[in-house]
Design a protein. Sequence first.
Length: 389
Amino acid sequence: MSAVVRIYLKEMLSVLRERRVIFTTLVLPILLMPILMYGPLLFFGNAARQTEAKVQKVGVQDMPEAAVLFLRQAKVEPVPTSSPESDVREQRYQAAVRFQDGIFTIYGRLSGATQSSLVVSKLETALRGYKDSLVAQTLRARGLSPQILEPVGIRTQDASRVQERAAGIFAFLIPYFLVIFILNGGQAVAIDSTAGEKEKGTLEALLAAPVPLVQIVIGKALATLSVALAAALAGVVGILLGGTVVRGSFAGLLQGQGANIGGGLSLEPWAYGALLLTSVLFAALMVSIQLSLGVYARSYKEAQSFMAPLLLVFIIPLLMLQFSDFLTQQAWFYLIPAFNVMLLLDGLVKGSAEGWQVTLTWISTLVYAALALGLAVRSFRREDVVFRN
């Protein structure tokens, strides 16, 4: 096994010499993840508060005077117009409203114009208040209390697990980025230790050395695995760091959006270990596949073109995690390569993972990783692959 250690140290030394790789793989995720994850939410929260506080002009047509008063109370300034829909389309106003045949029609640019949507919400709230006032007046005129319309109260309470509440709206994104960073983190090392060595002419000399081929592949795989896991850890640290900063400093900007921003982990001790081991098994599977693709490629650029679709392959199952609540849990889900890992990571973060899910995922992923490593060894053994350039 001393040969494995020497190969491992050789590959790690090559990585450490490339400061750009270290920065983009380990440092950049920690710096960028808080901005990417929480920046848009902070910006939207601040923009929503400013829109709520400011008075916006809106076009109105044939509005009752009493309704106009409610609009002003909602911090919008009604401006008479004869073409409310056209005015909004041409962006003269963020929103407009027309009253005709007892119906209020609100116009807004709702296909991506966020500020227009916020102004529309203001109009909806104001007109709903106007409608309620008319109903209350009618009931009082007939000697009835407006409370008759609300015979019961309704209260909503969050029944989520503690773990799911801690993760908040990022419960899906934490395993998502964990998988992405494992793929991206190992890619550079896998390519450099295979196709990169082909270009430099050092791979043939290494394979000719009196070292068992299996040990050479394992040494390269361990180095790639180390960097992949370090990149994943850096990404998760960035998410958790961002969540801590936002909750401590900027949570007020997000009040009123109706969602728990989360971005933290509150797991049982065993769940942290399960999260780590699941990531290691998945990384071992991906590293073995990347080594096979890298050694098959003629050049560094060709290896990159081979591995680019690999990321796209995992986008679909990652996106399906958003709809995992609609799936009836089946045992065979946890036998599907990669998808089983994503389901289990999602369950661990939310605190809903069960023992049989963990067992099936670990055993199947270990088998797939062993098969993939065997494929990598076989690829290194084939001269038509190694000397394909």
